[in-house]
Design a protein around this ligand. Structure first.
Ligand code: NAD
Length: 272
């Protein structure tokens, strides 16, 4: 039996990538596609818009009706609407994968409330490779110990407006926890001027920007006489869609109890 997906943000780049991924998927189909009410793609067929041919699912702005239609909701839209999406899913009792980033305090509070009644996979990076990188980096930091300095370097395309990437922040937090450091106070963003020697208690996070790089993240563990580097390179936006669809399948198949989950739960990895 196939389950139906309600897709929030169907007009966007990630929304289209998810429609393309679903078109190759046996266990899930697109049931409803939502965008904002002034989007020019409104009333277009979601499959046509994503370049996979007509699917008979017209893009709508009716969030409540769309959420009621599907068995699981995938949201890659805008942080402005996240609180509304999360509350609609909770009211309808529909599990949710939320990939939208930059959630503010209001959306985070709505998410916490919703997680009391529905299961939610919330992931600022739905890549399977990045999830495994996080796990390996955490383990490497523990195994190598405090003689090995940790730095995180990220590079993205020239159009990216925020820095560092949400993924670099999450990697630094994970590494800080692995070393019993403070994820806020012990993380250093960029260095310039007479900053003095590096302290043992710091994790450096450095940002590079240029060209059309989809997203590179490197964790460096530099110790006496050697250096270990763990590198993830995103080559195509579809990897995020594949991970989000995998998370939706996990919600449908495993039927986890209400609560907040991450991609590590989807991959059955120990908590980082
Ligand atoms: P985009 O701007 O191309 O698409 C966003 C879509 O959301 C548009 O179709 C827009 O019309 C729609 N939208 C905006 N407001 C809406 C509303 N009120 N109701 C319904 N739809 C609304 O952006 P994108 O590149 O597709 O990214 C979307 C989100 O996903 C961003 O937050 C981005 O940071 C995040 N993202 C997450 C991951 C991940 O791995 N979790 C990967 C890539 C992007």
């Amino acid at each position: 039996m196939t389950a139906g997906v309600t897709l929030m943000g169907a007009g966007g780049r990630m929304g289209q990538a998810i429609v393309r991924t679903l078109s190759d998927e046996a266990e899930l189909t697109l049931a409803a596609a939502v965008t904002r009410s002034d989007d020019p793609v409104l009333e277009k067929d979601a499959g046509d818009h994503a370049g996979v041919g007509p699917l008979g699912v017209m893009i709508t702005a009716d969030l409540e009706q769309a959420v009621a239609t599907g068995d699981v909701v995938i949201d890659f839209s805008s942080a402005d609407v996240s609180a509304t999406v999360v509350a609609a899913c909770a009211r309808a009792g529909k599990p949710l994968v939320i990939g939208t980033t930059g959630l503010g305090d209001g959306a985070e509070a709505a998410l916490t409330e919703a997680c009391a009644s529905i299961p939610v996979v919330a992931a600022a990076n739905t890549s399977v490779g990045v999830t495994v990188l996080r796990h390996l980096a955490s383990r490497a930091a523990q195994l190598l110990g405090e003689d090995y300095d940790i730095e995180v370097v990220e590079m993205h395309h020239r159009r990216k407006v925020d820095a560092p990437s949400g993924t670099a922040v999450v990697l630094a937090e994970t590494l800080a926890r692995a070393r019993d450091l403070d994820p806020l106070a012990d993380v250093v963003h960029g260095r310039s001027g007479a900053v003095g020697p590096r302290s043992r208690r710091e994790i450096g996070v450095m940002t590079l920007r240029g060209g059309d790089v989809v997203g590179d993240h490197t964790v460096i563990l530099a110790g006496p006489g050697e250096r270990l580097e763990l590198v993830h390179r995103a080559q195509d936006r579809s990897l995020f869609a594949l991970g989000a669809v995998r998370a939706a399948k996990w919600l449908v198949k495993e039927r986890p109890s209400a609560g907040r989950y991450g991609m590590a739960d989807v991959l059955n990895l120990p908590k980082a």
